[in-house]
Design a binder for this molecule. Structure first.
Ligand SMILES: [Zn+2]
Ligand SMILES: [Zn+2]
Length: 305
C-alpha cells in the first residue's frame, strides 16, 4: 500500500497524462488508467515526450480497460512497480502474471471492488478487444466513485446501457479519437462522443484518447488529427448536450475539480434541455434505449487529414 492511501487529502483532480492514461486523484487515492508511459510503442510515437517527472509513479491502483496495445503496455506497468495493484478485465490476468506482474484482480462488467475508500465498478464497453496473438479478455469501462463519480469509458462505441450510468456521474472521460487520420470501428468519434453525453448525463465531460500518439512516419507534418478531435467534440457537445460542461485538457496537464464541480448545478438539469437538434438526438437515442436495438450503423467517421 502506498503512502497516498493513508493521506487525509479529500481533493479531486485529474491529470490527462495522454491517450487513455489519466491519473484520477479522489478522496486521497491515486488511480491510474491504462498506463502508457513510454514515448514509443511499436509503430506509435508520442507527440510530446513524457518527461521523466511527468510520468506518475506512486499510485494505489491501475485500471486496465482492455488489452489493445495502446491501453495495456507491460513495460509501462513494470516502470510503475511489478507489485502495483492491477484491476483488469476478465481474461487478462494470466497474460499479466506471465509478464511478471504480481498483484492482479480480474473483474467483469457489473463487478465492484474498493481501493481505500473509493469504489471501482466495472462497466460494459462496446468494443472488440481481440488481438491476433494476445490474450482473450473482456473490454471494460470503470466508474470510480467516492465523494465524486468519475466514469472512464476505456475504448467503446455508443451503447444503450450508457443510459443506466446516468444520474450520478460528475465527470465523464470519453474517448473521442485514436492515433491516426481515421478511426476503426467500435470507437467514439467526436460526434458520437457528444451523443453519448445525452445518455450518460455527466456534469462535466473531458475528451481523452486524442492528441498524444501518431504513427512514427507522420510526426513531421503535425497532422490535424492530433489537434482537431477535441475541438470538434466540444462543438458537438455544445450543440447536442449543452447542459454538460466540457473542458479540453492537453496531454500532461492537470485539472483540480472541486472548485469547478462545486460551481455547477448539483445534477444534470432536464429543464435546461434546449429546443431543436438536441431534443431530436435525445429522441433518437431514447428510441434505441427503449427497444434495445443497436443504432443504425454510423455513417463514415470523420477524417482529420
Ligand atoms: Zn481498443
Ligand atoms: Zn484505444
Amino acid at each position: 500500500m502506498h503512502d497516498s492511501l493513508a493521506t487525509s487529502s479529500q481533493h479531486c483532480a485529474l491529470t490527462y497524462v495522454g491517450h487513455a492514461t489519466v491519473l484520477i486523484e479522489l478522496d486521497g487515492v491515486r488511480i491510474l488508467t491504462d498506463p502508457l508511459l513510454r514515448n514509443r510503442v511499436t509503430f506509435l510515437r508520442r507527440r510530446r515526450p513524457l518527461g521523466e517527472h511527468a510520468a506518475p509513479r506512486a499510485v494505489d491502483a491501475v485500471l486496465i480497460s482492455h488489452c489493445h496495445l495502446d491501453h495495456l503496455d507491460l513495460r509501462s506497468l513494470r516502470r510503475l512497480d511489478r507489485g502495483v495493484r492491477l484491476i483488469v478485465p476478465r481474461g487478462a490476468g494470466r497474460y499479466l502474471a506471465r509478464g511478471g506482474m504480481r498483484n492482479i484482480e480480474e473483474l467483469q462488467a457489473g463487478d465492484t471492488t474498493t481501493v481505500g475508500g473509493v469504489t471501482i465498478r466495472a462497466t460494459y464497453a462496446q468494443h472488440d478487444g481481440a488481438l491476433p496473438f494476445g490474450p482473450r479478455a473482456d473490454c471494460l469501462g470503470f466508474v470510480v466513485g467516492g465523494r465524486r463519480q468519475v466514469y472512464f469509458a476505456g475504448d467503446t462505441d455508443l451503447f444503450p446501457a450508457m443510459a443506466q450510468l446516468a444520474g450520478h456521474l460528475d465527470v465523464a472521460l470519453l474517448p473521442v479519437w485514436g492515433w491516426g487520420p481515421t478511426l476503426g470501428a467500435d470507437h467514439l468519434d467526436p460526434r458520437r462522443a457528444a451523443q453519448a453525453l445525452a445518455l450518460l448525463r455527466p456534469r462535466l465531460a473531458i475528451p481523452i484518447h486524442w492528441g498524444t500518439l501518431h504513427p512514427v512516419f507522420m510526426g513531421w507534418c503535425n497532422p490535424r488529427f492530433l489537434t482537431e478531435p477535441a475541438r470538434a467534440f466540444i462543438r458537438y457537445a455544445a450543440e447536442l448536450a449543452p447542459q454538460v460542461l466540457t473542458r479540453i485538457l492537453q496531454p500532461s496537464t492537470r485539472l483540480a475539480l472541486d472548485a469547478l464541480l462545486d460551481s455547477l448545478p448539483a445534477g444534470f438539469s432536464e429543464e435546461r434541455l434546449p429546443d431543436g437538434s438536441q431534443q431530436a438526438v435525445g429522441r433518437r437515442l431514447r428510441k434505441y434505449v427503449e427497444f434495445g436495438i443497436r443504432p443504425v450503423r454510423r455513417r463514415k467517421h470523420h477524417r482529420f487529414y
